[in-house]
Design a protein around this ligand. Sequence first.
Ligand code: COI
Length: 354
Amino acid sequence: MVLNYEIKTEKVNKSRLPEVDFTNIPFGRVFTDHMLVSDYINGEWQETNIMPFQELRLSPATTVLHYGQEIFEGLKAYRDAEGNAYLFRPHENFRRFNISADRMVMPQIPKEIFMDGLRELVTLDRGWIPDTEGGSLYIRPFMIATDDYVGIRPSNNYKFIIFCCPVNAYYAEPIKVKIEQEYVRAAKGGIGEAKTGGNYAASLYAASRAQKDGYQQVLWTDAAEHKWIQESGTMNVFFVIGDKVITPNLDGGILQGVTRDSVLRLLRDNEYKIEERPISVDEVVEAYHAGELKEVFGAGTAAVIAYISAIGHLEDDMVLPPVEEWEVANWLQKTMRGIKNFTVPDKYGWMIKA
Ligand code: COI
């Protein structure tokens, strides 16, 4: 039983860092030297351990492997000129993690484990934070149900883990997305707002069909009518129509993106006209044909600001103007990058020293 939240650290004997080519890192495939693990057993969080990155030993009967009781987060760390590690809005990820935990009937994680553990882990592995343009350390906290039990009920035991990967941009180039009007990511009353693996598993079939047709992602529509645009699975979406920037409102079915929130704050405070409201496929198609659809972009932790160069709808593609001409997305890209590399003042206090 935990009496205090002390974090024990066992360091690697030899770092793998010298073997890494930071100019050529595929997203999500290179892992830093250490990871953090904390177990929840009989209603109590146990001690937290930072240890060398390693494989897990699990029984084949482990609940998560069968019924998907799992949640996760994604956030990023950056390095300043002195080599100190900074986390971008980590309290938002902590808050959202516990909202997802509630929805998936999992225990709340204490701040002392999530936040203090995160800080210690990232400080220890700060040498892995790339200083390349657009590079960062992607951090993956997650929690899995670990009962050895083949049956449907919330697990009694859980494992909370954080590991990190140095990454470059998730989408290196502008992407093409396809409006999905047959398959569904999330329905009203479902788990669309939780950051849980099931939502991503549910997206794979439609995404792989879209990929066969030459698109990188789908643009999900609502489950009831396939009329209202939701999100793009890896990110929230924004449309610049005329002089307005429009994004679907949070309706319980889409992810409450931290990058989405940051984009809205930046735009609002810089006199852009923002509308957070339901936006229909018809409105986008009509705006396109009227020459009013100026920019479409995604916003997400991995994707940051992802330019959408074309939207597939029925048999046609709506092709956007060249991205060099985009005012809003280019300004956001520059401003977000500037805040993260300390060249633009961080007036919101988003960068938190690890
Ligand atoms: C994130 O942006 O953090 C995600 O979880 C999405 C995934 C594409 C990595």
